[in-house]
Design a protein around this ligand. Structure first.
Ligand code: G3P
Length: 218
């Protein structure tokens, strides 16, 4: 399973890459707005930093506008994936870009029916937002299983990219279900490393050795 970081913060991306845990990055207009920088230059900087796919989202909502912005995004770097909303115009744009061999990520997916449409449109990735479904009292993870089952039936190439991830449990369940990618907020990536027994265990090992008064290479 691939790990993408769901962020527009360069320092977080640099840290994740240093840890060797970043296969790609997803951004959205809200994440880029939180950085206070210009839109396209921010996506470009991220694409230069990341040795993998970087999703940059269009802001237009009509077909012509999306196509124009998709071209500008695609011109930024070779690893850009065009992120498009799950609307009729978004999926029409997805189809055209797919015919031109441009990679796409269809975002704001909340149902299996929507995921089926995205695959038929030729999307490279589908992004179901599981945390936002959980917030409504629905089962986001169930949606991931349902989509994977449907895609397997028909051999769709569209990869399931689990988004709106809120906890390590979301990551583990995604892996158990067989999702292709999870996109993680940096806070969740950091939590994946942690276990209290690792921390107390390490502290114990080190203090036991310190008590001998000897050094590592004595
Ligand atoms: O990138 C989109 C998605 O991951 C948003 O997550 O936490 O705002 O629902 P969230």
């Amino acid at each position: 399973m691939q790990f993408f970081l769901d962020t527009a913060e360069l320092a977080q991306i640099e840290q994740g890459i240093e840890w060797g845990m970043v296969d790609g990055v997803t951004t959205n207009p809200s994440l880029i707005a939180s950085q206070g920088d210009a839109y396209l230059p921010t996506v470009k900087k991220i694409a230069e930093l990341v040795p993998g796919p970087v999703s940059g989202e269009v802001l237009a909502t009509d077909y012509e506008g999306m196509m124009e912005q998709a071209r500008k995004l695609a011109d930024l770097a070779e690893n850009i994936v065009i992120k498009l909303p799950l609307t009729p115009d978004g999926l029409r744009t997805t189809r055209t870009l797919s015919q031109q061999s441009v990679k796409t990520n269809v975002t704001l997916c909340f149902s299996s029916a929507q995921a089926l449409l995205a695959a038929k449109a030729g999307a490279s990735y589908i992004s179901p937002f599981i945390g936002r479904l959980d917030d409504l009292g629905q089962d986001g993870m169930q949606l991931i299983g349902d989509i994977l089952q449907i895609y397997r039936h028909y051999g769709f190439d569209t990869q399931v990219l689990v988004a709106s991830v809120r906890s390590p449990l979301h990551v583990v369940k995604s892996a158990q279900t067989g999702a292709d990618v999870v996109t993680l907020p940096f806070s969740v990536l950091k939590k994946l490393y942690r276990h209290p027994l690792t921390e107390t265990g390490l502290a114990g090992f080190l203090s036991d050795w310190r008590e001998t008064g000897r050094n590592f290479d004595d």
